[in-house]
Ligand binder design. Structure first.
Ligand code: FAD
Length: 798
């Protein structure tokens, strides 16, 4: 074990995590360092100036940091980021510092990896030397796609930074393969070619001035380099990550048949088509070097039936022909570190949602149980999506919410799914017994702890119902561990394929894009039976879901309105039965709308308190927005773009302004709303309310685009089709530029992050180019400035 004090072996490893992913990656790095005889001194970024001090750090520094919200640092990194942004730091403040950075983000959001970029930019600006290119991991395509090759490539470069003295030939081999010899032999299946193990990034990383290529998954994936520091490139990336910049996507680009429709066709929240299943031909015979297992064609495989699954397995669960003669590089098997004790004689069902409060992101209040006083379906029965409205009675609380804020709803997992898991894992008999979790005595993983979300006292049913995100898409490390618990060698082999570097495309198609979860795996791999402790090690914490408030407390004191689409996942080769989103499914059941239809729980809102005890209640907390609010200066023009349920906060804005207009008679600037839905007659939300705001003069312009109706009058009048909000923005480009640039107005976007928000941004760039006769770069710079000034605001979600 390397000693802390040995300067040849020590490096500083810092992490800033919101949901635990950056922390877990830093743990992986620490473990891999240890296997290589290095000492990674690991700290959370929140411990700045207590546990570590970059201003005096001479050892190489590795930082793993995520980005949260719309480009903000995780809560734990805020202080650190502020500390390096302080004005007055000399330009050579970090000239002694050698660092590298693994940034985590989601390219569905505009400020992709913004926290990592900000840290990187400031360290470099203050003289820091980046010794290894920054990795930008994109959660939209799979963090591991960049993280894995980035970590593998790190060791070679780190060795040079540390002086290379402790490195033996044996270590060299391990380093280039990224696995220790034992794991390597376990990890190789089929025909092993030595060259397959070598990650050939050393040449590239020594060339720090251009894009670095890391070999992975049989393809060459460019890793975004930060050497290009021009303002133009920075603005371009900070406003919207282009596909080239999010270099990792390139290697993962699906085949044309898998590609979603273009951005415009999704711009109003339309759904992706279902994925096709893989090739179902029999695999050829393979010899497997690990554990003397031999894999035979699937027709020869012993049949394992499970009470939960008597159907034949789907094609995607069988070994893939295109991987049959390929040596597989699989992640090293994570050492297990948790054990559970179940006290069979002690029943335990004392779960208190309040115990979750410390785990909630951005909570500004305690958790309150709130009566749902009214529930209504807003869309017609023949609409493609079902949109629901709930009124919540917050009058008994001190919740201080204004339009633009959201509430975090703490939802349980679906009880049938929980029962299925318990039954399938043969745990029903002990599901409600007291359970305690502790670290294994034989734990070899340094620095691991019991995950903070695992309660010290709980039961299995509680864990599966309230604590674990059982719908989480399994990461590759999880699949790797699960493979050890599939009795059937064919199933085991397939799980290894899915987590292998060579099986990256299969993982993307059959796991990530298909939103496969633990229950689906258990259903599709009948002999898979992992121990509970493994699930606790890998399943993340169940997240609260946010909903923008769509009312104003000025008009509806003590009540809050929210709207949501019921998320529906149809049956597919991956899912044995249809299911709903965790939270929207639960809410729908809770308010008695399992069968589509309107239910009004109270006849009048004023009766709310009286009937509160009889109506369903939901635990929630306030999730205030730091910026998504109406401008303080009421005279400024406001443009709101909110298709679908993106309308929610704008309804609140309009109610707020209406009340101000009636009560305070202060003149307000123009307010334009760009709204969109599929059909005028089926899913045009709050038409009456919006038209009333037009009539009262609060809303000065209402522009609605219908993506599935043939012709809309406004489009016909303008001689162009108006299918999407972007089309209307283009039609009114002169007004848009007048309000935003000449009158310094505010631009708000709310709704779907994956396609709509980036597409609206691109449209705005086009408009500014066209109306100002400038270049694209100038337009992007203009919008970046608006962002900086807090006049370009987004409230978007995937
Ligand atoms: P989950 O079980 O979490 O499933 C959703 C997951 O499935 C996501 O990963 C999603 O990407 C994926 N998914 C869903 N549908 C599809 C599909 N058709 N194809 C492929 N993948 C799919 N939602 C609202 O409806 N109204 C709001 O006002 C609102 N406000 C929000 C405000 C904020 C600040 C944030 C962050 C989110 C907001 N959301 C809002 C989203 C909301 O929080 C939930 O994410 C959403 O309701 C789904 O929750 P769920 O638990 O039902 O679905």
């Amino acid at each position: 074990m390397p000693e802390r004090g040995n300067a040849d072996q020590r490096f500083l490893l810092l992490y800033g995590s919101q949901k635990g992913l950056a922390q877990s990656l830093s743990q992986d790095i620490q473990e891999q360092a240890e296997q290589r005889g290095l000492y990674a001194e690991r700290h959370c970024l929140s411990r700045t100036s207590r546990a570590f001090e970059l201003a005096h750090e001479r050892a190489p520094v590795v930082i793993v940091v995520s980005t949260t919200g719309d480009g903000e640092p995780p809560d734990t990194a805020t202080k650190f980021v502020r500390s390096i942004q302080r004005k007055g730091l000399p330009p050579n403040h970090f000239c002694h510092l050698r660092y590298t950075l693994l940034a985590l983000g989601d390219s569905n959001y505009t400020n992709f990896c913004n926290c990592g970029r900000t840290i990187d930019q400031h360290l470099a600006k203050l003289g820091g030397h980046r010794f290894y290119p920054t990795g930008h991991c994109d959660d939209a395509v799979g963090v591991e796609e960049i993280a894995e090759p980035w970590i593998e490539g790190l060791w070679e470069v780190l060795k040079k930074e540390l002086g290379g003295r402790q490195w033996t030939q044996a270590n060299e081999n391990t380093m280039t393969t990224g696995r220790d010899p034992v794991v390597r032999s376990e990890g190789c299946i089929g025909m092993v070619k030595e060259s397959e193990f070598t990650v050939t990034n050393t040449d590239a990383v020594s060339n720090m001035s251009s894009t670095c290529h890391i070999k992975g998954g049989g393809k060459t994936a460019p890793v975004l380099m930060e050497a290009d520091k021009t303002l133009e490139a920075f603005i371009e990336r900070s406003v919207r990550p282009d596909k080239a910049a999010v270099g990792t996507c390139e290697a993962l680009e699906p085949s044309p048949s898998q590609k979603p429709k273009d951005a415009a066709s999704f711009s109003q929240g339309e759904e992706h088509g279902s994925m096709s299943s893989g090739d179902d031909k029999l695999i050829t015979v393979l010899s497997m070097s690990c554990r003397n297992l031999s894999i035979t064609s699937s027709s020869e495989t012993k049949s394992h039936s499970s009470p939960a699954n008597s159907q034949p397995p789907s094609a995607w669960t069988r070994p893939a022909p295109h991987l049959s003669n390929v040596a597989l590089n699989v992640p090293s098997l994570p050492a297990s570190f948790l054990e559970i004790d179940i006290q069979r004689n002690t029943h335990f069902d004392d779960f208190r949602v309040e115990s979750m409060v410390d785990l909630l992101p951005k909570a500004s209040s305690s958790i309150h149980w709130i009566p749902v006083v009214s529930a209504k379906r807003l869309t017609q029965l023949d609409a493609i999506k079902t949109t629901m409205e709930l009124w919540l009675d917050v009058s008994k609380t001190s919740l201080n919410l204004s339009p633009g804020d959201s509430v975090g709803l703490i939802c349980p997992n679906n009880s049938e799914e929980v029962s299925y898991l318990l039954q399938r894992l043969e745990l029903e008999a002990v599901a409600d017994c007291l359970l305690t979790v502790h670290l294994t005595n034989a734990n070899t993983r340094k620095g691991v702890q019991i995950p903070v979300h695992i309660l010290s006292q709980c039961s299995l049913r509680m864990l599966f119902t309230h604590i674990l995100e059982i719908r989480a898409v399994p990461k590759k490390a999880f699949l790797r561990s699960l493979a050890e618990h599939a009795e059937d060698p064919t199933e085991r082999h397939r799980l290894l394929e899915l987590c292998s570097r060579q099986g990256a495309a299969d993982y993307l198609q059959h796991i990530r894009k298909s939103l496969v979860c633990l229950a689906d795996l258990l259903h599709s791999f009948p002999t898979l039976c992992p121990p509970v402790a493994l699930l606790l090690e890998h399943l993340p914490c169940l997240q609260a879901r946010s909903y923008s408030i769509s009312s104003s407390p000025l008009q509806h004191h003590g009540h809050v309105r929210i709207l949501f689409n019921i998320v529906e996942f149809p049956t597919s080769v991956y899912r044995a039965s249809p299911r709903r989103g965790v939270c929207t499914g639960w809410l729908t059941e809770l308010v008695g709308l399992y069968v589509r239809g309107d239910v009004t729980l109270t006849s009048s809102m004023d009766d709310a308190t009286a009937v509160a005890s009889k109506v369903p209640q939901v635990p929630l907390y306030a999730r205030p927005s730091t910026s998504f609010h109406l401008p303080e200066d009421r005279s400024r023009p406001v443009i709101m773009v909110g298709p679908g349920t993106g309308l929610a906060p704008f309804l609140g804005f309009l109610q707020h302004r209406k009340w101000q207009q009636d009560e305070e008679a202060e003149p307000a600037g123009e307010m334009w709303l760009f709204y969109g839905c599929r059909h005028c007659k089926q899913d045009y939300l709050y038409r009456d309310e919006l038209e009333a705001h037009m009539a009262s003069g609060v809303l000065t312009r209402l522009l609605v685009a219908f993506s599935r109706d043939n012709v809309h009058p406004s489009g016909a009048a303008a001689g162009r089709p108006t299918r999407y909000v972007q089309d209307n923005l283009r039609i009114y480009s002169k007004d848009v530029v007048r309000m935003l640039l000449q009158q310094r107005g505010y631009f708000y976007i709310c709704g779907e992050a994956r396609n709509m928000a980036p597409s609206v941004h691109e449209t705005l760039v086009e408009i500014v180019v066209q109306e100002q006769s400038g270049t694209k770069l100038e337009a992007m710079r203009t919008l970046a400035t608006m962002k900086k000034e807090g006049r370009y605001l987004q409230d978007i979600w995937t």
